[in-house]
Design a protein around this ligand. Structure first.
Ligand code: HEM
Length: 499
């Protein structure tokens, strides 16, 4: 109590209850269906550019804070009050020890370099996207069962990441209705993350469900538990014989194993450092990080494109001209040069935000100035991506999908405000893979399928936007909610429409 009275954060405004307990935030995260990020907007309206949102946490609304918190030279570590909620504690994502982090990131980043993506995975992305477009055209015409766009795209990105990282994939994209067991498992598991953020026992229970309980769980919970079992089995199998795979089946496990060792192939040193727990946690995280993010960006983009006839027309025209015969593959190097397609992807990233929850960092020793305010060491600080992406001074008419804003003279200056991949030492190492997937997905869908809208379609700009760390949108909460009418895609021969 004494400490609270003399807490240096008392000079920052905010709701009274939030000064005393994180359960203020928990109420919005858990009991108000993940409405915390929306509530943050309200708090900034009431209290100004800096709000004390928890006993030890400040949230900034001024975009200048972004460069201060997530700068390249930043020594701020991730706040475990938030990141400790994720059930993969050994993964690079949750690392806070700077040496450990640098070592692990150095092993993971080359696996997703531009060269690696172009040489080793472009073909796989192309064939998976091909399966997607064929499935939509063949199995989801009017009169047949409509396909859920969210599931369709997530199946695609899930297959891509698992094939690349683990040389094995569930072929979710070929699953009837795109509703495979693995997606059901992910959808079931993600709502537990905000719960675990505020009630740690939940995280412990998630990873330690005894085998005897499994049979009495619901089918969707069993699917979630099975995911955990699958990654552990994969890690165990690899460690039993790390040299078994030939070079055409190299996985992220090989990169971690060889990189940690000293020789060309696995060494004894590697075997000490590479544990089953690390491999399993890294796999679990990469499966989420590599699939949900890309698909959410594409879903959000598709919704806006289809709601804006001029955008759709311009995009299709550019693709038709650049890709005269849609049955012949178009190289990624050609797609990358298409200005309108590139602008459409940037606008999709802007309106899907990447990670929607505030990415909290702990101020290092000596304190720091954030957006002109001195913040004492040990304080947790953040500015959510949406506060940059929806800032009216940077992006006029922020709620409108305007690819043209990326094509104006001087628009290069805007690039620094596109923060969907984060910034600084903890930014996204999967950016090259993500861009390659987005070019091929947007390019193929709008070149090969003819999407039209049903009468019931609601313009995304007119919908209540839900942003938060909750349900299946841990990474990109702007994607439509389950069952939302505009996430459903129906196709008919050469013509497809959203239901
Ligand atoms: C449109 C797609 C994507 C977006 C917008 C995105 C965004 C982000 C953001 C904002 C972070 C920082 C998270 C934080 O600090 O809390 C992050 C981290 C990360 N992302 Fe991505 N991501 C995307 C795709 C991918 C893909 C395809 C991969 C590949 C597997 C990937 C792998 C990672 C990893 C390993 C980290 C952890 C980095 C660290 O903790 O230092 N991401 N991503």
């Amino acid at each position: 109590l004494f400490k609270q009275f003399f807490n240096p954060l008392n000079r920052f405004p905010g709701p009274r209850l939030a000064r005393w307990t994180r359960y203020y935030m928990a109420y919005y995260d858990v009991f108000k269906g993940g409405a915390w990020i929306e509530h943050l907007q309200e708090l900034h309206r009431l209290y100004g550019p800096v709000v004390r949102v928890a006993p030890n946490e400040l949230h900034f609304g001024d975009p200048r804070a972004y460069g201060d918190i997530y700068s390249t030279s930043s020594k701020f570590i991730k706040d475990l009050d938030m990141y400790g909620a994720f059930p993969f504690p050994e993964s690079v994502f949750v690392q806070t020890d700077p040496r450990q982090l640098a070592a692990r990131k150095a092993l993971i980043t080359p696996f997703f370099s531009k060269q690696a993506v172009l040489n080793q995975i472009e073909g796989n992305i192309r064939s998976t996207v091909e399966k997607l477009t064929c499935q939509l055209a063949k199995n989801h015409s009017p009169g047949q069962i409509p396909a859920n766009l969210n599931h369709a795209l997530r199946s695609t990105t899930f297959d891509v990441i698992t094939t690349y990282c683990f040389a094995t994939s569930p072929d979710a994209v070929s699953h009837p209705g795109f509703h495979s067991e693995v997606l059901i498992g992910m959808d079931t598991a993600l709502p537990y993350v905000p719960l675990a953020k505020h009630f740690r026992i939940v995280k412990v229970l998630i990873r330690k469900i005894p085998d005897w309980i499994t049979p009495v769980l619901s089918a969707s919970l069993r699917a979630a538990v099975k995911q955990l079992g699958d990654v552990e089995a994969m890690a165990e199998k690899f460690l039993a014989n790390p040299d078994a795979a030939d070079d055409s089946h190299r996985t992220i496990f090989h990169s971690l194993w060889e990189g940690t060792g000293t020789g060309e192939r696995a060494t004894k040193r590697g075997s000490h450092l590479v544990t089953k727990e690390w491999l399993a946690d890294e796999s679990l995280f990469l499966r989420f990080a590599g699939s949900d993010t890309v698909s959410s960006t594409c879903v959000v983009g598709c919704r806006y494109i289809l709601a804006e006839p001029t955008v759709l027309r311009e995009l299709v025209e550019e693709l038709d001209n650049a890709w005269p015969d849609k049955n012949v593959n178009l190289g990624i190097e050609v797609l990358e040069k298409l200005p309108y397609l590139t602008a459409v992807i940037k606008e999709s990233l802007r309106l899907s935000h990447g990670v929607v929850s505030p990415m909290t960092r702990i101020i290092s020793s000596g304190g720091a100035a954030i957006a002109g305010h001195f913040v004492p060491e040990g304080t947790s600080v953040a500015i959510a991506n949406s506060f940059v992406h929806l800032n009216t001074d940077i992006f006029p008419e922020p709620g409108c999908f305007l690819p043209e804003r990326w094509l104006q003279p001087g628009s290069q200056d805007l690039e620094k405000h596109l923060v969907a991949f984060g910034r600084g030492p903890r930014s996204c190492p999967g950016i090259n893979l993500a861009w390659c997937e987005m070019y091929l997905i947007f390019g193929s869908i709008f070149r090969k399928l003819n999407l039209t809208l049903p009468l019931t379609f609601v313009h995304p700009g007119k919908q209540r936007t839900v942003l938060s760390l909750c349900t299946q949108k841990t990474f990109c909460k702007l994607a439509p909610k389950k069952g939302c009418n505009i996430s459903t895609l129906v196709s008919s021969g050469s013509s497809q429409y959203l239901q």
